[in-house]
Structure formats: C-alpha cells, structure tokens
Design a protein around this ligand. Sequence first.
Ligand code: SAM
Length: 214
Amino acid sequence: MSLFDDDRSKMVELLIKKGIKNPNILKVMSEVERHLFVPSYSRSRAYEDCALPIGFEQTISQPYTVAVMTELLIPLKDDKILEIGTGSGYQSVILSKLGCRVFTIERNSDLARSSEEMFKKLNLRIASRVGDGTLGWKEYAPFNGIIVTAGAPVVPEKLQNQLIDGGRLVIPVGDKKTQTLIVIDREGDKFTQKNIDGFKFVPLIGKEGWKESE
Ligand code: SAM
C-alpha cells in the first residue's frame, strides 16, 4: 500500500463517471503512479483531475485528457506509437504499459532527460529523443498511431504521412486558448477526420507548429 493508492482509485472512479470505458486503459491508469511524474511540491494534488506544472512553463496533461486521447488512439499490444511532447513521460508510460512500442519526442532537453531517467527507473523500453516533433520520426515510420500532446495551429502534414495504412493520428488543433481534438484515420492515400471540441493544451512549437515568438 502506498500513500496515494486511495487517491488514485478515486481518480479512476471519476474517469469512469466521465465516460472512459476501455478496461485496459482504466487498469493501467489505476496502476501508474502519477505522483512520481510531478514535482514534489504538487504531489498532494497528483490525482486531481487537472493539468499540473512540470517546469519550463509546461504541464502534465489532465488525467481525463490522457484517458480520452488514449481511448481515441485505440492502441493495441505491439502497436508502434509515436508521441509528440514527452513532457513528464506519464503518457508514454501509460502507452508502454498497454504493451505498445513507444517512440516519443520532446523539444525541451531538460524534460526529455528527466523523463528518460523515469523510463529507466521503471524498467521500460521507450525510445525518446530531443527534437521538433512536428516533423515526426522518419527513421522509425510508419506508425500505427501518433498522439500529439500539445496544441497545434494546423495538422502537420509530415505527421499524418508517417501513419501506416489503417493508422490513426490524435491531435489537438486550434488557437492558443482552446483546441479541438482531431482524429485522423488513414486509408491508403485517403485521410478521414472527426472532431471533438473543448480541450486546452500548451502550444506545439516547431516548423509545422507555432513559432516560438507567436
Ligand atoms: N505528454 C506529456 C505528459 O504526459 O506529461 C504532456 C505534455 S505537455 C502538455 C506538452 C509538451 O510538448 C511539452 O513538454 C512541450 O515542451 C512539448 N512540445 C511542444 N512543442 C513540441 C514539438 N514541436 N516537439 C516536441 N515536443 C514539443
């Protein structure tokens, strides 16, 4: 038993109330210790359903957002998944514990370093690198799924082109205040799209994202 077990069960109960259904995602989120991914001063708030600061003006996403995006991605065991915006590493760990082969890119080298340390500590094989994720990770493409955890002004073309035939991209797109979650399915050279409104992310900064000065 750890100090936060009760809080974590309550968080998962709330996710169920809010409509999360996938039993594998609920199980993994009931096991992964979110308090290890936030700075020690906000540990007591780690299981509140909200985003929390992780330094460098970045956040760990709200648990409900992590659950919805993961559910939309429909990750299957052994799927090759690319995540853009490693941040604390929490979303990568959720995907890895679901049995996916995870590749993750973070533009902030300090965050990339600390999340890599966490992956090692948890004994998880997650490939990570520092860079501009709007360009994807060509060497390992194509991916069964791509998940972008920062808000983009438009869907980066390079990312959707790194999807496998039958693959899916989940990405928040909008202005800097609010975004729509866009789910793109690839069938050959055809891309179909559905939208879910009302999300809020930190900006995706890069060649096919926001400019740093914007
Ligand atoms: N998935 C993260 C987690 O589980 O903690 C939350 C990520 S946070 C909401 C968004 C992250 O995207 C930030 O760490 C930010 O530095 C990163 N980011 C923004 N633009 C990026 C880009 N072009 N490439 C890679 N990472 C980027």
